[in-house]
Write a protein that binds this ligand. Structure first.
Ligand SMILES: [Mg+2]
Length: 255
């Protein structure tokens, strides 16, 4: 893998939670270590290297947590993308915002009925979290959510993640599509120079990106004991930091 990474143009895509920032019980407290932020900053300054962070978090939340200028951000699983000189927002069908309004109303009382569950409104998407709910509460909460959404299910998509159910627009768009969109973006990657893509992620939603890059990307899944479309696996966020640190030294050394 080393010769591919040492020279030529490189696009490094990174998931946020569980990849750059350790998973914490309160997601609002998830953070990148100062040391890793410095590494990311140095990596994004290396000639021929582009860095993109791809997350299920909203674009605004993601930018606030990473706080680096030279990076491209894909929030909401890639439904919203932003970088220096470009912006993309996936188009939802005209009726989708109203559908989301109806659902917002019908699930509003779930957190009070099922303690520990939460609703997160990310504009284009709506998430139902149950990671803080007692195990005995979860089956009832999930069933109630699905019941509330059922009347609208042909007008949206429901995705499952780590202790989360998420309502998304009925568009064939995911982290894989977002990564391919960035790779074909000539503002981000000018000219037609071949680019090696690296993708590191830990969640089910990252599998879409692993599959999209299967043929030519360097794909790395964080966490063992899962079946994955990624070619390589590493242990945890510290392994991500070590890998990126080596990558920086490799690229800075090749100047
Ligand atoms: Mg993750």
């Amino acid at each position: 893998m080393k010769p591919r990474l040492a020279s030529g143009r490189l696009a490094v895509f990174l998931d946020f939670d569980g990849t750059l920032a350790p998973i914490v019980r309160q997601p609002e407290q998830a953070a990148i270590s100062p040391c890793l932020r410095r590494t990311l900053s140095r990596l994004s300054a290396c000639p021929g290297v582009r860095v993109g962070v791809v997350s299920g978090r909203s674009l605004a939340d993601l930018k606030k947590r990473v706080r680096l200028k030279k990076i491209a951000y894909a929030g909401n699983h890639g439904l919203e993308i932003e970088g220096a000189g470009f912006r993309f927002r996936c188009k939802a069908p005209p009726g989708y915002p109203r559908t989301l309004d109806h659902i917002r109303d019908s699930i509003a009382d779930l957190p009070s009925v099922f303690p520990g569950t939460e609703i997160e409104d990310k504009g284009l998407t709506l998430s139902f979290h149950y990671r803080r709910a007692d195990r005995r509460v979860v089956p009832g909460a999930v069933a109630a959510f699905r019941r509330a959404v059922r009347p609208y299910q042909n007008r949206l998509q429901i995705r499952t993640g780590k202790r989360i159910l998420e309502i998304r627009p009925p568009a064939p768009w995911d982290k894989g599509e977002a990564v391919l969109w960035l790779l074909s973006n000539r503002v981000w990657l000018p000219g037609r120079m071949p680019t090696t893509a690296v993708y590191i992620g830990d969640d089910r939603t990252d599998e879409d990106a692993f599959r999209a890059l299967r043929d030519e990307g360097v794909t790395i899944r964080v966490g063992r004991s899962v079946r994955s479309a990624a070619r390589y696996t590493i242990d945890d966020t510290e392994s991500t930091a070590r890998f990126l640190d080596r990558l920086v030294r490799l690229r800075e050394g090749s100047k």
